[in-house]
Design a protein around this ligand. Structure first.
Ligand SMILES: [Zn+2]
Length: 258
């Protein structure tokens, strides 16, 4: 919708500029400016999940007062995921794991443990291919559906939540999510755990930006995230911030009904 408005605006601006600047030296500069604006806004909208530009994602909790939700992407991982599950269990906390389908089929026991311990599983695509944002609509649909089927085969339930790999969206995601009746879940706090060099850098990033109602993006395939999780939990406790399950805080059912 936002993109359609941009297309309308740019075409109208280009048409008006062509009339106004016809036979002047400025016409090509003005048209180039409109083209740059179009590409810039489109690129920003694709890369910024919070912009809700192509896909309407849930990027923040609605209920819960001072509560936040923890989400973990890119697992399951045979080393770090069990460590993270142990820490969550010790602290009686529930999180959401957006799993990669091809990793899930390699570690079905971890998926069963995630579910058995009361956490939520979401779809993070089957391949997590670095060019997935360029997949055709049909190829993307097959990839996302394959992840859902893998999760259903292992746990008996198919997820209704999807997190776009790399947070990149486009009109094909919008169409496939609608078709599969899935809800895109973004985040409001990107911990940058994939780039943090040590746990102090990671905890500092979280402490300095954490707010009530945040959906926190972490990665359960990273040893550093497992190392830092007790500090993150401790900080929340000191701040009086509760960690609650994402489905409760956004008021959405996390699995397909049928
Ligand atoms: Zn990912």
């Amino acid at each position: 919708m936002k993109h359609n408005l941009l297309i309308f605006f740019c075409i109208t601006a280009a048409a008006l500029s062509s009339i106004i600047f016809w036979e002047t030296d400025y016409l090509w500069f003005v048209l180039a400016g409109i083209a740059i604006l179009f590409l810039g806004v489109t690129a920003y909208g694709s890369a910024q999940i919070q912009a809700n530009y192509f896909v309407k994602s849930i990027n923040k909790c609605k209920a819960g007062g001072k509560s936040i939700a923890l989400t973990f992407d890119d697992g399951p991982d045979p080393d770090s995921t069990p460590r993270i599950l142990d820490i969550l269990l010790e602290n009686d906390l529930k999180a959401t794991f957006f799993v990669i389908g091809k990793k899930a089929v390699q570690h079905p026991e971890l998926l069963r443990r995630i579910v058995d311990e009361g956490h939520t599983i979401g779809n993070h695509s089957y391949s997590h291919h670095y060019l997935i944002a360029l997949f055709s609509r049909q190829k993307l649909r097959t990839d996302m559906l394959r992840c859902n089927e893998a999760i259903r085969d292992i746990t008996g339930r198919a997820p209704a939540f999807f997190r776009p790999p790399f947070g990149v969206t486009n009109p094909r995601y919008a169409a496939v999510l609608k078709d599969l009746e899935m809800q895109s879940i973004g985040w409001s706090l990107r911990s940058m755990d994939t780039r943090a060099k040590n746990k102090y850098q990671l905890i500092q990033k979280i402490i300095s930006t954490l707010k009530p109602k945040d959906i926190v993006l972490l990665h359960d395939h990273l040893p550093l995230t497992a190392d830092t999780l007790p500090d993150i939990i401790g900080h929340c406790r000191e701040m009086g911030i509760k960690i609650e399950p994402l489905p409760r805080l956004i008021g959405k059912e996390p699995y397909e009904k049928h």
